[in-house]
Write a protein that binds this ligand. Structure first.
Ligand SMILES: [Zn+2]
Length: 451
């Protein structure tokens, strides 16, 4: 018995040896084709950077495979070289215009910071593919995620920091803008920057994160020391500290001005316009570690995921936004909006004077009342706007107050006729009930002029 078993084993060893030699004798091309495919631990399984075509294909695939969870989003302005900037919206029953608070996260303001696009795209993939996970499921029920992985498409395609007009997108935002060499010829001169302005102005983005490389920081406004701390410094510090801790022990949460001073960045305008919390997350491997796809994307992703979930949960938390509720006619369109001027930093104007330029900001978003009983709940940013350091007559730092600027809420028929209009003053964490009796009474009746 023992002899037979030993003979069988010898035959088996010879067999393995023969097949190994045959494999070795096979042509190198065949051997490479048949090599097992390795998948990284990323949600996509990728082990290299995406091309721009791969981003487009992956976004389209998420939309096609999950129409209940994902819808496409094309930003309104083509890049200066005529390319589309694309993203997706993700939520339970994503097609509904349902008044959930919005978390916006974007990558690649700087076209050569490729991990920033990858991490952003991987998080979107993760949320969609694992939507059944209890934590994600709860978030998708209560909030909406908007992802634009590559905002500076021209820069990405050419692997350079600036846009094709040689402007640093993240110095071109109008608020506190200065005509530095890479800031563009004027505030908001670049279509790529105006895309983000549009994105954050047309929905209730209560949290905004823009990804960069290669530092280990989570930054929040202000950008300049003379501006002083913002009115929401405690909230910023709290969330930035939690996000940074997820990225790793060497990551530092701090205001951007104390990292290094800049002007015209996304987060400063975003916060002072909307009062949504706005962060620059910079990821980088530890010092001395080689920068590869593995170290910059694969190894960074777990921390990034946890940090983004913090930000997403902050978005869903009613204490971190304001809530308008009420009862409107079914199929009514509700709209909140408000407009105000914002200012650049003072700079030398063509007429020889040194003063700021102003630019208008209009925030507007809408909700379609789809419940049969007309009841709605609408998460919005507070109407109390932080008094900004950049004003019509110069820089006034260390502001502590807020402007009371009500949202103007309108109740409209689907054809756009405004049936009722009323101001809504609402602060952080508050819930207010609006009385839409007049809209309900007049909604189905044609308007007649008084005889
Ligand atoms: Zn950057």
């Amino acid at each position: 018995m023992i002899g037979t078993r030993s003979a069988t084993r010898q035959l088996w060893i010879v067999g393995v040896a023969v097949s190994l030699i045959s494999a070795w004798l096979a042509s190198p091309a065949t051997a490479a084709d048949e090599a097992p495919v390795t998948h990284s631990t990323l949600p996509s399984g990728n082990d290299d950077y995406r091309t721009f075509a791969a981003y487009e294909a992956d976004l389209a695939e998420l939309v096609a495979n999950h129409p209940d969870l994902v819808k496409p989003l094309t930003l309104p302005y083509e890049t200066s070289s005529g390319r589309d900037v694309q993203g997706i919206e993700i939520s339970r029953d994503v097609q509904a215009d349902d008044g959930k608070p919005v978390f916006v996260t974007v990558g690649m303001h700087h076209g050569n910071e490729r991990p920033s696009g990858e991490l952003t795209m991987e998080f979107a993939t993760d949320v969609v593919e694992n939507a059944g996970d209890p934590r994600l499921s709860r978030l998708l029920d209560n909030a909406r995620l908007v992802v634009v992985p590559v905002v500076n498409v021209d820069g990405f395609v050419r692997n350079r920091r600036q846009t094709d007009t040689n402007v640093d997108m993240n110095r071109n935002y109008g608020f506190g803008w200065l005509p530095i060499s890479t800031g563009g010829p004027a505030p908001w001169s670049e279509p790529e920057t105006r895309n983000i302005q549009w994105l954050l102005s047309t929905r209730q983005a209560t949290t905004f994160v823009t990804q960069h490389t290669c530092l280990q920081v989570v930054l929040y406004p202000p950008l300049q020391l003379e501006a002083g701390p913002t009115q929401d410094v405690a909230r910023f510090e709290d969330l930035a500290t939690r996000m940074a801790a997820h990225y790793g022990p060497s990551y530092i949460p701090r205001d951007s001005a104390h990292d290094y001073e800049t002007t015209g960045e996304a987060i400063d305008w975003a916060y002072f316009a909307t009062r949504g919390l706005a962060f620059t997350a910079e990821t980088c491997p530890d010092e001395g570690v080689e920068r590869t796809f593995e170290t910059q994307v694969v190894d960074t992703y777990a921390g990034h995921r946890a940090a983004m979930l913090e930000a997403f949960e902050n978005t869903a938390d009613p204490d971190q936004h304001a809530t308008i509720r009420g009862k409107a006619p079914k199929n009514a369109v509700l709209r909140v909006s408000r407009s105000f001027d914002m200012y650049t930093h003072p700079y030398a104007q063509p007429d020889g004077s040194t003063r700021p330029s102003s630019f208008p900001t209009t925030l507007t978003s809408d909700l379609e009342v789809s419940n049969k009983n007309g009841k709605f709940r609408w998460a919005v940013n507070p109407s109390e706007r932080p008094i900004p350091p950049y004003q019509h007559d110069g820089v006034h730092g260390n502001q502590t107050g807020f402007y009371t600027e009500p949202w103007i809420l309108t109740c409209e028929r689907p054809d756009g006729t405004v049936v009722q209009e009323q101001p809504v003053n609402i602060d952080l964490g508050e819930t207010t009930t609006v009385d839409l009796t007049e809209c309900r009474r007049r909604f189905h009746r044609p308007d007649r002029s008084t005889p």
